[in-house]
Design a protein around this ligand. Structure first.
Ligand SMILES: Cc1cc2nc3c(=O)[nH]c(=O)nc-3n(C[C@H](O)[C@H](O)[C@H](O)COP(=O)(O)O)c2cc1C
Length: 201
């Protein structure tokens, strides 16, 4: 396994409200916590424990974009997944509380951008509530089907939305790829233990 190089202190990373960067006391991270049985005898699973496990899950960082009725929208996501090749399906999870959800709920197409290691600031911008994500700091242009495409990413796809699957307080959006480019610059930007990382070397 390849080690990662941390180049962002945890306290510079915006918290992810529903998951990965939710702050846990450091003692809790290393105390070997386990699930406790619920009052009804069933499995009541501790939310902090759930988050703590996923803090150990290193993930690539993506930005999902869509064209909404009030302009472009987009958010940082680690939930991007390759689902199938025949047909070429991808998925990502989106919180129903996301400022982007109303636009994604109505959109026919989305853009998914695999960020490079040089794009930590972009990842932070697209995770910050209230930020001007498509302002002067962001180079982008309309791509296929009017989807906002970000410049300088490692790779991107545009997908036609095929379904929005209920999953608790999120929706799993499934889309079929219709355009893309894998030839952008940079090694991968990763997210692990509440911080951004890049592969060494
Ligand atoms: C590393 C990272 C990964 C994230 N992954 C997701 C994700 O997969 N799905 C999601 O809905 N929000 C995800 N978020 C949260 C959003 O990027 C964003 O911070 C959140 O929706 C708050 O922005 P808003 O107030 O504009 O909704 C992630 C945040 C970070 C920092």
């Amino acid at each position: 396994m390849t080690a990662t190089t941390d180049f962002t202190p945890d306290d510079q990373v915006p918290d992810r409200p529903h998951g990965l960067a939710s702050a846990l006391p450091r003692q809790a991270r290393s105390a070997g916590r386990t699930a406790q049985p619920g009052a009804d005898g069933g499995a009541a699973f501790d939310a902090d424990l759930f988050r703590a496990v996923f803090r150990r899950h290193a993930a690539g960082v993506a930005v999902v974009t869509a064209s909404g009725p009030h302009g472009p929208v987009g958010f940082t996501a680690t939930s991007l997944t390759s689902v199938a090749v025949e047909p070429p399906l991808l998925s990502f999870g989106i919180s129903l509380g996301s400022s982007c959800w109303p636009a994604v709920a109505e959109a026919s197409f989305v853009g998914v951008h695999v960020l490079g290691e040089h794009q930590q600031a972009l990842a932070a911008l697209f995770a910050r509530s209230g930020a001007d994500r498509f302002g002067p700091a962001t180079a982008w242009s309309p791509g296929p089907h009017g989807v906002p495409l970000l410049d300088g990413v490692a790779a991107w796809l545009v997908g036609r939305i095929a379904g929005r699957v209920p999953a608790g307080d999120h929706r799993i959006v499934v889309a079929e790829a219709v355009a893309g480019d894998p030839h952008g610059p940079g090694g991968p930007l990763l997210y692990h233990q509440g911080g951004f990382h890049r592969l060494p070397g």
